[in-house]
Design a protein around this ligand. Structure first.
Ligand code: GTQ
Length: 348
């Protein structure tokens, strides 16, 4: 009789496993630790993208192909730990998008929701569901799921913004659809500012309507409104030890996040202020709108100035220090995680 050495136990088990795989089965005990980990361990790395580095390359892309050829001319922010994945964090897609003067990025619609944080090029526009909005630095423009959208620039300057999309979340569910409009631009049927008038002044139509389902009916949260609001709040009290002065973009219909999957907020960090350590299960991207910050992520420090983007992977200890008064836009998959009941954070 054979004695039960470690080798023959392993060999016997392997023989058993080999009979399972052709039957499309596998032993849980070999994979359980990876399937149900003790705590989050992100496969993604903290990173900073410098706009000074990216902008000339974006302009080169502008010479290489038109927005129409590209459909969307975007330099995708690829997390360096996962090249080729088109991800800035585990679930978030982000990129720098360019529209050259006179160009149109043609009208299409898709299941994925998009946001744009505008960096430069006043005069550019996005049209969403029959309404145009001008894009100015610091504006948060939202494209709800399945809403037609096209982008253009009639001015003489390039337009550049940061895109944030939930497309990986949609694709995870294998639930993605896309349509192309039969013309470059959609038909504009409403005057500019109409949605803002209907939903964006603390009022709403008497007959309850949710034109974009769970997405906010306001599709441009202008910096002309958000900045003075944030500055007044910041000027009136002490910053929160972990969050500094932060305001969330909300859906006025229900007070929840402006988008169903992506959480968005705007933070003012006073010069010299340093936040206490915090970590959370959401993967975040930070876009510096004003000033300069250094972000310590699991002990490594990244400096970010205007229009730079910082990736903060899930469950990474984060400390932010402002070397100048700073305003930072942040986006994450927190909105989706909260709906699923899995969002957690820890503060020191
Ligand atoms: O503007 O519709 O960065 O469809 C990626 C996919 C932007 C957009 C992206 C898109 C868009």
């Amino acid at each position: 009789m054979q004695t039960a050495t470690a080798e023959n136990v392993a060999a016997t088990r392997q023989k058993f496993y080999d009979r399972l795989s052709p039957r499309a089965m596998a032993p849980l005990w070999e994979v359980l630790k990876g399937l149900v980990p003790d705590q989050p361990k992100s496969k993604f790395a903290p990173h900073v993208w410098k706009f000074a580095d990216a902008r000339p390359l974006l302009m080169e892309a502008g010479d290489l192909l038109t927005a129409e050829e590209a459909e969307r001319r975007v330099l995708v922010l690829e997390n360096p730990a996962m090249p080729g994945a088109s991800r800035i964090t585990a679930t978030m897609y982000a990129g720098y998008q360019l529209i050259m003067p006179g160009e149109i990025a043609p009208a299409h619609r898709h299941t994925a929701s998009a946001l744009r944080m505008v960096l430069e090029g006043n005069g550019g526009y996005t049209a969403v569901a029959g309404e145009r909005t001008e894009m100015k630095r610091g504006d948060l423009v939202i494209t709800p799921a399945m809403a037609w959208h096209d982008h253009g620039q009639e001015n003489h300057k390039p337009v550049i913004w940061v895109d944030g999309l939930d497309l990986h979340m949609v694709n995870f569910y294998e639930a993605a659809f896309m349509d192309h409009f039969n013309d470059k631009s959609q038909i504009v049927s409403k005057p500019e500012g109409f949605s803002e008038s209907e939903f964006g002044s603390g009022m709403a139509p008497m007959s309850h309507r949710t034109p974009f389902g769970q997405t906010s009916p306001i599709f441009n949260y202008t910096y002309a409104k958000s900045r003075p609001a944030l500055m007044q709040v910041a000027g009136a009290g002490e910053p929160d030890a972990h969050l500094a002065h932060a305001l969330r973009y909300i859906n006025p219909q229900d007070g929840g996040w402006a988008m169903p999957t992506i959480a968005t907020w705007l933070t003012q960090f006073p010069k010299g202020f340093e936040t206490k350590p915090i970590r959370a299960t959401d993967g975040q991207a930070m876009v510096v709108i004003e000033g300069e910050i250094s972000v310590e992520l699991d002990g490594k420090t990244f400096t970010a100035g205007e229009s730079d983007v910082v990736a903060v992977p899930a469950w990474t200890w984060k400390k932010v220090r402002a070397s100048k008064d700073a305003v930072v836009f942040q986006m994450s998959d927190r909105a989706a995680q909260e709906k699923l009941g899995i969002f957690r954070e820890e503060r020191k």
